[in-house]
Design a protein around this ligand. Structure first.
Ligand code: CA
Length: 272
């Protein structure tokens, strides 16, 4: 008769650490992943050349049922971590393929028990924000509503802008399902007033909150700014990835500079 062995949670975490280190990631990265602390956004890269606007009709917004999502992972523990982060109700793991079911429907509160999983390479993340429903504090006018910041048009005038003299404006996109988010790229206007982009919090949540109190969302990153037009665009990263359906940007300073978002790109683990 086989003896059942109960593995302490600490040892499961240790296994994850071994996976991280043996995968070639540096100890510094592993430490940051394990701690999952909010990161400071950086500014780099080239501001893209304005492109033709994509359609923004409601019917172009993509919606997804709670179908199965698959990922290539190194172990069942990592698969379980995906499942927990995405509040999936079930998972299966076979031959390196992790499949989770019913993302967003389950309960989780002990993600840390499974430790950190591997950050996917660039080719395994994708933009999940474009054409998705978006919400915000009051816009300046109908021309500056929230979803203009996810329509794929990088023209300076094609942006979300909060109403003048409104403190702590916010904006968020509904990814329509929980995704494992690794990076957020923020593009503000380039021809004027770019210094208004400062003191941002980037947060991720599971439920729609429309009163501006985003304190229950997980803090992914902060951006102190002020932004300078010569620097490219703002990039916020989470090495561990944070699961959630809503990605929010809030200006947390007490001044009344409007929030101006030309485009916001959210990158999450690809479904495979
Ligand atoms: Ca736009």
């Amino acid at each position: 008769m086989k003896e059942r062995v109960k593995i302490p949670l600490e040892e499961i975490s240790l296994v994850c650490w071994v996976i991280l280190i043996s995968s070639g990631q540096t100890l510094v990265e592993a430490t940051m992943i394990a701690m999952n602390q909010p990161t400071e956004c950086t500014v780099s890269g080239q501001v893209p050349i304005p492109t033709t606007a994509y359609p923004t009709k409601e019917e172009d917004f993509m919606t997804y049922p709670d179908s199965a999502q698959t990922y290539r992972t190194g172990s069942r523990i990592i698969c379980a971590s995906y499942s927990l982060l995405k509040k999936a109700v079930a998972l299966s793991y076979e031959d390196g393929v992790c499949t989770i079911y019913g993302a967003g429907n389950g309960l989780y509160n002990k993600v840390s028990y499974y430790g950190a999983h591997l950050m996917p390479p660039a080719e395994d993340i994708e933009d999940v924000s474009r054409f998705k429903p978006a919400y915000s504090s009051q816009p300046l006018s109908e021309a500056y509503i929230a979803r203009v910041a996810v329509n794929g048009n990088y023209e300076n005038s094609d942006r979300y802008e909060s109403i003048t003299d409104f403190a702590q404006p916010w904006w968020m996109v509904d990814l329509t399902e929980a995704r494992l988010i690794y990076q957020v790229h923020i593009f503000t206007r380039q021809e004027c007033c770019y210094e208004r982009l400062h003191d941002l919090e980037i947060r991720i949540g599971q439920e729609l909150i429309s009163n501006g109190d985003l304190s229950s969302y997980t803090l992914m990153s902060t951006y102190a700014g002020p932004y300078n037009v010569t620097q490219g665009h703002v990039i916020c990263s989470s090495l561990r990835g944070i699961g959630g359906r809503f990605l929010a940007i809030k200006k947390v300073s007490i001044d009344v500079d409007p929030l101006q978002l030309v485009e916001v790109r959210v990158y999450a683990a690809k479904k495979k």
